[in-house]
Design a binder for this molecule. Structure first.
Ligand SMILES: Cc1cc2nc3c(=O)[nH]c(=O)nc-3n(C[C@H](O)[C@H](O)[C@H](O)COP(=O)(O)OP(=O)(O)OC[C@H]3O[C@@H](n4cnc5c(N)ncnc54)[C@H](O)[C@@H]3O)c2cc1C
Length: 441
């Protein structure tokens, strides 16, 4: 116990990290928690997890994250989370045209899965179309030329939007207060003290209200840098695109149970969402950043509407993926196109730490999900609890500490995703792909 249980805690952001934090703290007996979110409901349109599915993949090149994911999977199988978890398997391949780098990445993932005793049992080698049809007969019309890789039956996906709603409701039942919409739109953290020796005292909202707290936890996803400018370039707001194909009831029923299907050089899709019959499809690529030329820092655009499109090259890749697998869908309209923003770090490690320069253990930053954080949704809050309860007030997991400043030679590039081995493709500026504003006539 840290003595904070009765003190007031403000959590900024009711996305995956913020909700998980509120849940774990409330379950641990913290009784005065308020969560603020600028979205008027959960899931917020600004949350990267406001989606119909996110991949739950356990194999990482780094066993640290494999072990964590396995822990998270155990939690996904508990009553609160299980209704949103689908262990469909993960068909992880490259097409015959894949560049060497994609093949090498795939091979490293497979090697990582095979090194883990639990995952190894679930790996099925895929060497061509026949092997794919043995697991997903639905792709029999697809040429699947040169596809090879593996199926990991351990993996699957979660319905992220519905999981957020379930945890939101669980938090409400545990007495967590929520301020949503304008009332929860935090414009700044308030402090007492001096610029170099300051204590966080609460937050100010767009509605003009001040809320005081003994502890402020910022879990604002891609928007973290706006509230904690000290972050500078250690977190980059980055986006990837997604779109959907609307299926008929019969088409959706036929695709029920397909594995998450992922070609490292093209993109990936999921089984259709029951009820809406939407099949989500995403291209592979280095993503898009939105760098402020004055500061070199990338922030998500101010409104969600600005991100409702898919860049033309991404659309081509999605159509090619469908042509390889489900050719009857390759020319269908792509709807609900969007760029989804997340908080990227240079090494893909999360940040779960006190903000340096603030005193009294008064300000925690929870960020840097790096586009692979949703799978951890059931357990993220445990990490925050451990930090709050650490006797020395230090993050014991070194890689989750506040990061060193970005070296000068990299300053302003903001495109380090290219250097992380599981990312493929160059990062581009949002400005270079966004559609021109519509005329007023
Ligand atoms: C296209 C895409 C695909 C992804 N695929 C996967 C995947 O397959 N598997 C996986 O594990 N992860 C995936 N992720 C990553 C996953 O979505 C994130 O790791 C996760 O959502 C991070 O949670 P978060 O709480 O940090 O941020 P978010 O979920 O984005 O939540 C941030 C919250 O802060 C709120 N907020 C922002 N600013 C303010 C403010 N000023 N005041 C109040 N509230 C504010 C927002 O409204 C939002 O609700 C993907 C992300 C993207 C973008």
């Amino acid at each position: 116990m840290s003595g904070l249980e009765s003190k007031s805690i403000l959590v900024v952001g009711a996305g995956a990290f913020g909700l998980s934090t509120a849940l774990h703290l409330a379950q641990a007996g913290y009784s005065n928690i308020t969560v603020l979110d600028k979205g008027s409901q959960v899931p917020s349109p600004y949350s990267a997890a406001n989606d119909i599915n996110k991949i739950l993949r356990a194999e990482y090149e780094d066993p640290f994250y494999t072990d964590l994911t396995k822990k998270a999977f155990d939690a996904w199988k508990t009553p609160l989370f299980a209704p949103h978890f689908r262990q469909t398997g993960f068909l992880h391949c490259v097409s015959g045209e894949a560049p060497e780098r994609a093949v090498a990445t795939l091979n490293r993932f497979r090697a990582a899965a095979e090194q883990d005793a639990e995952l190894r049992k679930q790996i099925v080698p895929i060497n061509g179309k026949d092997d794919i049809l043995a697991t997903a007969w639905q792709y029999r019309e697809g040429p699947l030329t040169g596809w090879h890789g593996y199926l990991n039956r351990y993996d699957g996906y979660a319905h992220s939007g519905n999981a957020l709603i379930a945890v939101f409701q669980a938090c409400v039942a545990l007495g967590v207060r929520f301020l949503l919409g304008e009332k929860g739109d935090v414009t700044e953290i308030t402090y007492s003290g001096t610029a170099t020796n300051k204590r966080a005292t609460g937050v100010k909202t767009r509605a003009g209200h001040r809320h005081t707290g003994d502890l402020v936890i910022v879990a604002a996803g891609a928007a973290a840098g706006r509230l904690v400018p000290e972050l500078g370039q250690q977190v980059v707001a980055k986006s990837w695109s997604a779109a959907h194909v609307k299926l008929t009831d019969a088409e959706a029923a036929a695709l029920r149970g397909i594995p998450v299907t992922y070609a490292r050089d093209l993109g990936f899709f999921f089984e259709p969402e029951p009820g809406t019959n939407l099949l989500k499809v995403c291209p592979m690529g280095g993503g898009y950043i939105n760098t402020d030329p004055r500061t070199g820092v990338s922030h998500a655009p101010a409104t969600a509407d600005e991100s409702r499109f898919m860049p033309a090259e991404d659309e081509k890749r999605c159509r090619k993926l469908l042509a390889h697998t489900l050719p009857s869908l390759a020319e269908r309209p792509l709807i609900n196109k969007t760029l989804c923003w997340f908080a990227d770090t240079s090494d893909s490690d999360f940040i779960v730490d006190y903000v340096p320069g603030t005193t009294g253990r008064s300000l925690v930053l929870l960020s840097g999900d790096s586009g692979h954080g949703f799978k951890m949704f059931p357990i993220v809050g445990e990490w925050v609890k451990s930090l709050l309860q650490a006797k020395d007030g230090k993050q014991s997991v070194e890689r989750w500490r506040w990061k060193q400043p970005v070296p000068k030679e990299d300053s302003g590039k903001g495109n380090w995703g290219d250097n992380v081995s599981w990312r493929l493709g160059n990062t581009e500026e949002f400005e270079s792909v966004r559609p021109p504003p519509k005329g007023k006539l």
